[in-house]
Ligand binder design. Structure first.
Ligand code: ZN
Ligand code: ZN
Length: 233
């Protein structure tokens, strides 16, 4: 299963042309993995070993509880808490805090089963993106038609393209400039919209049109962080 859960068709990611396609991929993988660990994975002991070991970040723990599967959440937490109890917080302590123990506690709180799986699934998809971009002109056109790529995903994409198993030579240059164009053009629009938004607070702008600037803050946050804040004036 672990592999099939992240085999999201490339067209489901790039086809809608609505927002950052890699955000869409991230959210699809996230939902798949959350449903999986609170569902079928209950029957897979090796998954539990991994969730006991890594735990979950704040965001994913909240999303898991938000799914409402109370018993499944409790079963996952039961063995995770047990592992922390037996391995990380000794019953009786003496002397100084142990550096190794502190490092293990910190490692636990920096790791997340779901985040790791999402990263794995994204890297997997990036390989497909690179291969399709270099060999399939239709996909290349579709890639270039994306509305934008957000900053964190632009960074991930170009890092992966330039890294091991990525692209080489002319293929790398072409992918780099196509990605930079998607992030860069959108950045330009955002900057103009934010400037317009600021200008609208000037008394001399009274009566002028807000244009596309009303949600410029939310769109900027979405571009910078991959997540659109849900508050809006
Ligand atoms: Zn994104
Ligand atoms: Zn996480």
């Amino acid at each position: 299963m672990k592999e099939t859960i992240c085999t999201i068709p490339i067209n489901d990611v790039f086809g809608p042309k609505d927002g950052c396609p890699i955000c869409r991929l991230h959210n699809m993988l996230e939902q798949n993995y959350l449903d999986y660990i609170l569902g079928a994975a209950m029957m897979e002991p090796d998954v539990r070993v991994e969730t006991n070991e890594k735990g979950f970040c704040t965001k994913h723990m909240h999303m898991m509880v938000g799914k409402g599967r109370r018993l499944q959440n409790a079963l996952l937490l039961e063995t995770h808490l047990e592992r922390i109890k037996t391995e990380l917080i000794p019953k009786s302590v003496k002397g100084k805090p142990d550096k190794k123990n502190i490092a293990a506690l910190e490692r636990l709180q920096d790791s997340c089963y779901v985040c790791d799986k999402i990263s794995w699934g994204m890297e997997h998809m990036f390989q497909t993106v690179f291969a399709s971009f270099s060999t399939d002109p239709e996909f290349k056109a579709l890639f270039n038609e994306q509305p934008f790529i957000c900053l964190p995903h632009y960074t991930m994409l170009i890092k992966s393209a330039a890294g091991k198993g990525g692209l080489k030579g002319g293929g790398l240059s072409e992918f780099y400039s196509a990605s930079a164009a998607l992030a860069g053009k959108y950045l330009e629009t955002l900057k103009d919209d934010i400037s317009h938004y600021c200008k609208m607070y000037d008394y001399r702008s009274k009566g002028l049109d807000w244009g596309n600037s009303r949600d410029a803050i939310e769109r900027s946050v979405e571009f910078l962080t991959s997540e659109r804040p849900d508050y809006i004036e």
